[in-house]
Design a protein around this ligand. Sequence first.
Ligand code: ADP
Ligand code: ASP
Ligand code: MG
Length: 423
Amino acid sequence: MALLVMKFGGSSVADAEAMRRVAQRVVAAHRAGDRVAVVVSAMGDTTDDLLDLAGQIATGAPPQREMDMLLSAGERISMALLAMAIEQLGVPARSYTGAQAGMRTDTAHGRARLLDVQPDRVRRTLEDGAVAIVAGFQGISTDDDITTLGRGGSDTTAVALAAALHADVCEIYTDVDGLYTADPRIVPSARRVTRITIEETLEMAAHGAKILHLRAVEYARRFQVPLHVRSSFSDQEGTWILVGRPLTEDTMEEPIISGIAHDTSLGKITAVGIPDRPGAAAAVIGAVSQAGVSIDMIVQNVSTTDAETSDISFTLPESDGQTAVAAVRGLQEQMGFADVLWTSHVGKLSLVGAGMRSNPSVASRLFSALADAGVNIEMISTSEIRISVICDQSDLQEAVRSVHTAFDLDAEEEAVVYGGTGR
Ligand code: ADP
Ligand code: ASP
Ligand code: MG
């Protein structure tokens, strides 16, 4: 008898019929003798719709506490309806909010982090032979207020629950058949990856592949939770995410490149004409981090025409643009630099795979593919298992498709996208 955590994303529970289909899957696992804890997301685009609604009511930033009360309601609707659908099929089910399921968080509304997970009630429900359903994406803070974990956070709830229950596997059910070599919504010829290491998955998630919440992958690595990403719309085996790095003959045969992630949520700031002296970069980057903004990629170039000054460019979440520009402008007079430039709609492509550093041909193949597609590269960064480039967002989809083809990743069959709006 296995203990499963099954997580269903928004598109898997988008309407009553989808809810019934999910209930059947849960009941089948339960009847097969497994103990099943379920984590659900809000139905379809509910979270976005609630955000829009708040935007119509509140001008400026709404109170964060109330935003979390509002957004956490989406998952509560799902959990209750799913419990009813499971009961209809003759299996007892009980739903729990994040707070009831023992998800204790810090007080950072909208991006709360889990501090402690004590799912006693979930455990008791499973011992009673019932299915436990937990609302994803939420918890209760150390101040006893309801919090949310950030967009896509239901994945993190699922992994945290799986870790606390010592589940045999955490199954992430979504609207595609697993993790692909690129987002199948923009690369129909993307190939499903059967197995991938958690390190590669981390890089994919960190650089925009929204199939898994980054924090869920980090959590799975820390607590060694095996993940299986698969579709709730088919019975196909999905992608197994391996904790540790097993070097079996099988995995040694797999290609070096595991995939291409893309990110459309970034903007770029350039501080122009900064006096070229020690401490300049520290001051600029320090001011941005003081403002609570995390920076993605940084490039500094000493001006070739004027040896006295340099330019610093960095990318950051587009939504933090105003805050970060204000922070950098605050230094302009004191440091005496010429200008602060803001570019929205920046695109980032990241090629992820083992053995990047030891394989110089990978970089040259990437840059040739981008050149052939007429894509201008604005910034480059590399790591042990990734090369990222910044380009104009309007070039990004074409860039991803070209690089995918250049690395022989195209599959014969088209990937199926079963649902969701991609919102
Ligand atoms: P859910 O609502 O189930 O949490 P998400 O919309 O958060 O689903 O994530 C699934 C989506 O992730 C897919 O529909 C797909 O468009 C997108 N995606 C991005 N990159 C990848 C990738 N490499 N492989 C598979 N899906 C990807
Ligand atoms: N409903 C939340 C969101 O849309 C959490 C999730 O689906 O993971 O971001
Ligand atoms: Mg998701």
